[in-house]
Write a protein that binds this ligand. Structure first.
Ligand code: MN
Ligand code: MN
Length: 467
């Protein structure tokens, strides 16, 4: 053997070589990948709020034979259960062959996404135009939300307790809405401002009408708009007080790139992982260990509230499952594993300065395993242990999952968190895993189809792990 050949073989043996995902799959799997992504695109297109995502997830789950889980139900292996948490978060389980005292496998994604929420008293008129005032939700670059088509999605709860669904702008024939920006010709002062100040929060006001009601008194445009809303939904201005109406981008979910290898859309973070979990749960058969799938709310604002991952709604669900088998909840949790399925940042060659190339997830390199998130000295992270990463390595190797390590940019550049820290706090072995995203939190985020599919495959393989 020549020296050169020996050295190259030694390199192959000793070095860690990552390959582009498309070099790792065959034609059959490529077709499967395309099929999977078409279904995901449809789900994302119809799930623009956490409520819509939960509603669509329940509809799909019921088609798969899932039934509402009530306390006291007797559990049999293979049973498919779900519990809606106030219509804004969802817990599902497929009961395993082994008892819950052996632990379970949890996958936790979130279905809320950065957006603008209407204020409690949003409607006003100025300059003979009507507007809706908003308060943004989650981390956004405010300047990305002006001059793009926007839609309203949400609910109004009437005094009677009845909920009225509001959707404006989704139907092809329905009007869309917009937040205006200053014309460049008069933007001399604006252009000098810092990006965080270019669009002040109080300027995120949605243009909603311009034709006045008949007559001569003031607020005639506001009256005309309110009367249109009343015709359409039977609501009055006071009803906005008890409403949750979200302003979301009005773009359709579309293939991106001439090769159609990417998907552009609003809310990939984190509905792309939510869908992967759901589909994995539907496709895996009866697992050894009970599989639990969480679609959480409120992640983007700190997992707070009764529908966020800090809520004991999770314990409540798990305790009801455990009680059915006479198992103590803490015994179950301490032997459980959780995949905190959330997106990570994809390496963006246009902005190499913020990434650490060797440790950043790349598009088309598969599901990104994030040992730790956090910021500056790993502060606030779950930081999975070596054993957990090792366990996943084994599972993924056996299942043919293409995966990569992921880290959130350069050490001193910034950071972020997921629900992982709240799952770890519950004494569940937890690790982050998810799809690398470009333009995360922007109105039109980009993911690679290959990574979406591999995330599904990864979650499925973990659900099917041996006890
Ligand atoms: Mn996320
Ligand atoms: Mn996010």
């Amino acid at each position: 053997m020549s020296d050169k050949k020996a050295k190259s073989e030694l390199k192959d043996t000793l070095f860690y070589n990552q390959k582009n995902g498309y070099d790792c799959i065959d034609v059959t799997e490529r077709l499967e990948l395309e099929r999977y992504c078409e279904a995901y695109k449809a789900f994302l297109n119809d799930s623009r709020t956490e409520r819509e995502a939960v509603r669509n997830a329940i509809a799909q789950a019921e088609e798969q034979g899932f039934v509402p889980f009530t306390p006291g139900m007797e559990l049999r292996p293979g049973m498919k259960l779900y519990r809606s948490n106030r219509g804004k978060a969802l817990l599902l389980a497929v009961v395993g062959d082994k008892p819950l005292s052996d632990g379970c496998t949890v996958a936790a994604a979130h279905v809320d996404a950065p957006r603008l929420d209407l204020k409690p008293l949003p409607l006003y008129e100025d300059g003979e135009m009507a507007y809706l005032k908003t308060h943004y939700y989650g981390g956004i670059k405010k300047y990305q939300w002006v001059t793009i088509p926007l839609e309203l999605h949400g609910v109004v709860t009437l005094k009677s307790g009845e909920n009225v669904d509001v959707v404006i702008g989704r139907d092809k024939d329905d009007p869309q809405l917009v937040i205006t920006d200053l014309l460049i010709h008069l933007a001399a002062d604006q252009m000098q401002k810092k990006a965080s100040e270019v669009i002040p929060g109080e300027n995120l006001n949605l243009l909603i009408g311009s034709v006045p009601y008949d007559g001569e008194d003031k607020d005639r445009v506001k009256l005309a708009v309110m009367s249109l809303l009343n015709d359409r939904y039977g609501i009055t201005e006071e009803d906005f007080l008890s409403a949750e109406i979200e302003v979301v981008p009005g773009f359709d979910v579309r293939d991106v790139g001439l090769d159609r290898s990417l998907i552009g859309g609003y809310g990939h973070d984190d509905r792309v992982c939510a869908y992967a979990e759901l589909k994995a749960l539907f496709d895996m058969g009866t697992p050894e260990l009970t599989a639990v799938c969480i679609l959480a709310d409120k992640e983007e604002i700190g997992s707070t509230g009764s529908t966020g991952m800090q809520s004991s709604a999770f314990e409540c669900f798990m305790e009801d499952l455990c009680a059915a088998q006479g198992v103590e909840l803490r015994r179950c949790l301490e032997r459980s594993i959780c995949i905190s399925a959330d997106v990570c940042n994809g390496y963006d060659p246009i902005y190499p300065e913020v990434h650490e190339k060797r440790n950043n997830a790349k598009l088309n390199y598969g599901v990104g395993i994030c040992k730790y998130t956090g910021a500056r000295g790993k502060s606030g992270t779950n930081d999975a242990d070596a054993e957990t990463v090792g366990l996943l390595r084994g599972i993924f190797a056996d299942a043919g999952v293409v995966w990569q390590m992921a880290e959130l940019g350069k050490v001193d550049q910034g950071g972020g968190g997921t629900v992982a820290v709240y799952m770890g706090r519950r004494n569940i072995t937890t690790i982050d895993a998810g799809v690398p995203v470009l333009s995360m939190h922007a109105p039109f985020e980009v993911v690679a189809k290959f990574d979406c599919y591999m995330t599904y495959k990864a979650v499925k393989a973990v659900y099917q792990r041996k006890a």
